[in-house]
Design a protein around this ligand. Sequence first.
Ligand SMILES: Nc1nc2c(c(=O)[nH]1)N[C@H]1C(S)=C(S)[C@@H](COP(=O)(O)OP(=O)(O)OC[C@H]3O[C@@H](n4cnc5c(=O)[nH]c(N)nc54)[C@H](O)[C@@H]3O)O[C@H]1N2
Ligand SMILES: Nc1nc2c(c(=O)[nH]1)N[C@H]1C(S)=C(S)[C@@H](COP(=O)(O)OP(=O)(O)OC[C@H]3O[C@@H](n4cnc5c(=O)[nH]c(N)nc54)[C@H](O)[C@@H]3O)O[C@H]1N2
Ligand code: SF4
Ligand SMILES: [Mo]
Length: 688
Amino acid sequence: MSTASETKVYETVCMLCFMVCGIKAHVRDGKLVKVEGLPGHPLSDGIICPRGKHMANYIYSPERLQYPLKKDSGSWKRITWDEALDTTAAKLQKIKDAYGARALALSVGSIGAENIEISGFAQRFRGAYGTPNFFSVEGHCFRSRIMARLLTFGSYPLEDVENSACIVLWGNNPDESAPPLGAKIHKAVDGGAKLIVIDPKRIPLSEKGIYIRIRPGTDCALALGMLHVIINENLYDQEFVEKYTLGFAQLVQHVQDYPPEEVEKITWVPAEKIKEIARLYARAESAAIMQGITTLDQHINGLQNNRALAILQAITGNYNKRGAWATNPFMRLSDLRVTVEEDPIGAEKFPIFRRFWGRTSPYGQQMVLQEAILSEKPYPIKALIVGGGNPALAWPDTQKTKKAFQKLDFMVVMDLFLTETAELADIVLPCSSSLERQGLAYNYGLTAGIPYIMLSRKIIEPIGESWPDWKFYSELGRRMGYEAYFPWNSDEEVNANWLKPSGITLEQLKENPKGLWFGERCYDITAKNQIRTPSQKIELYSETLAAAGYDPLPVHREPSQSAVSNPELAAKYPLILTLGSRVVTYTNFQMRNIPELRELAPWPVAEIHPDTAEKYGLQAADPVIVKTKGGQVEVKVKISEAVAPQAVSLQYGWDGKASGNLLSELKPLDPITGYPELKALACEIIKV
Ligand SMILES: Nc1nc2c(c(=O)[nH]1)N[C@H]1C(S)=C(S)[C@@H](COP(=O)(O)OP(=O)(O)OC[C@H]3O[C@@H](n4cnc5c(=O)[nH]c(N)nc54)[C@H](O)[C@@H]3O)O[C@H]1N2
Ligand SMILES: Nc1nc2c(c(=O)[nH]1)N[C@H]1C(S)=C(S)[C@@H](COP(=O)(O)OP(=O)(O)OC[C@H]3O[C@@H](n4cnc5c(=O)[nH]c(N)nc54)[C@H](O)[C@@H]3O)O[C@H]1N2
Ligand code: SF4
Ligand SMILES: [Mo]
């Protein structure tokens, strides 16, 4: 800690999003006064985005929760931690006695799933309590791609973009959603790598490569068209395919249904362009498709989109090769989970999401939770604990989600702020920020293709009575008789325990404030155990999907609200809605209450093309209603050549009347993953 008036500069990490950039944090008189990027940091090399820069404004926001709160006749009353924990323990015990352990659900959001502490301790508590109903943001983000790569390769390879001769940015705008990764891609392209950008919207990186404007939700068709060209022009890696893959003959047959001329009609992409990018991609010495972190998942065909990309990488031999997709030794950390044999609700509806080849997902699919709470089928769910998430706004169909949460007997939310989800709770608990506690910051490899770990140091005292998440779950567990599961008493003990199986110690992390790589990429397909499917081959054709009743090879499926699948609806709602795009100023539903950030992006925006603006008589910053068959939002117009004339790109993460999920619905869902359809809806805009 610093002494009076002396400024101390700490090298540590920003945990305001999962990029976990290195920062220099200036502390004076015990207070964080300034945050800068950390030059020479292997992930971020001095880069800092507005969120990181304004971290002090975030941490000292007057809206930070300072004390535990209890709802008392509709208003909030300050209580002690003891009362909050005693009340919660008593209530959860009563619910368990009356309905069984499964009547409690736990949900962790983006922060909750990415932060091993929240996810790990929530899972430990739920195991000790005995409920199968644990949900996470992976019910609509990221896990779809993990599943697709596992089904294809038996492993989860990461993109080695820094060394790639050809990068394909597919539904991915890293300048907004992943700035350090964006910087690496700019650098690679400036250094000579070829770039293909496939996006309905012209993003900044499109200027540096071949830009392909695709109709939202038709990515699988485009991938199949590229496969058609690559196979029929013999541009695939024949030796690799023969030696390492299964089902190529079926694939050859299958892609004949997708000649570029047909794919053009589906995707808006001219046949000649499809051929051009297929050739460029397949002929490159190495190629890495770098898809958006979630964009391609949130379609009714999401899993198959991801499968199609995996198949492209496979038949061009771009697996476990420099500059391609490469496997990594995933970091082994202590597993705090306590086994619950019973499956969560929804497991029978989405069996592959739950389990295949004996590998069980830690999470249930939360898109079934709202209905289960409201109908009490298959059984009553009476209580919910939320950590590091804002599901009242983040889940589709806001009205139904809120109604479900209101029906619960008991709800606890732990957060730094009184979010719209917290507003619905019975007990709200104040959480400390990452600079107020020691924790582990783990980058799973998104930025550099190799997992990376850092120690996030405690450099300021906690605000008010805020606690770290592990302490809440531990103290609650102890009060409920699960003390044997929660032996740790400090951040240090918790973190040392996590690291035990990793081969890295807490001391090493302290000595290396910039962090440590975990392992190396595998560039050798002949190395032992590189393909871990049951057949030990890369499964182009998936018997596993076939056996579960799904398409064994990816098939194009129209978005459910498109002009092709539902012309009547499209006549009423003629524009195609992307719900929604990221802005660098905010993370998800957070930070709109920080004035210094709000100045940079003052209001929620629907981006439309100038022709569309003219047609609807709209000027920049005009208020506008965006309407779908699910509902409507009120936002402002931004006019931009970047978006297609047929499209509306809506910003994501606002609340109140601009909350995006007023427009989305809980059906249809991707039949394999259960993910909602968010990125290709039908909408209309109405001048206010
Ligand atoms: N600053 C900031 N960063 C974030 C977040 C944030 O809220 N703010 N959120 C984080 C989270 S949780 C996630 S999941 C990631 C998301 O990260 P990304 O997936 O990269 O982000 P998006 O902006 O949602 O979408 C990226 C691009 O996909 C395009 N797109 C939309 N629909 C389609 C389609 O059907 N096909 C194709 N090919 N492209 C399409 C959009 O036009 C957009 O340019 O960002 C993370 N990073
Ligand atoms: N329409 C539409 N809906 C979407 C999406 C979309 O593109 N369109 N994207 C989806 C995706 S990809 C995602 S990932 C989700 C994101 O949805 P969520 O993860 O639910 O949203 P966040 O706003 O990131 O919520 C994280 C919360 O954790 C709190 N928090 C921060 N640090 C801590 C901590 O250390 N401990 C605790 N206990 N809390 C903390 C923050 O204050 C914040 O309220 O939204 C999904 N919903
Ligand atoms: S991208 Fe921005 S918010 Fe995310 S870790 Fe880096 S500085 Fe923090
Ligand atoms: Mo996400």
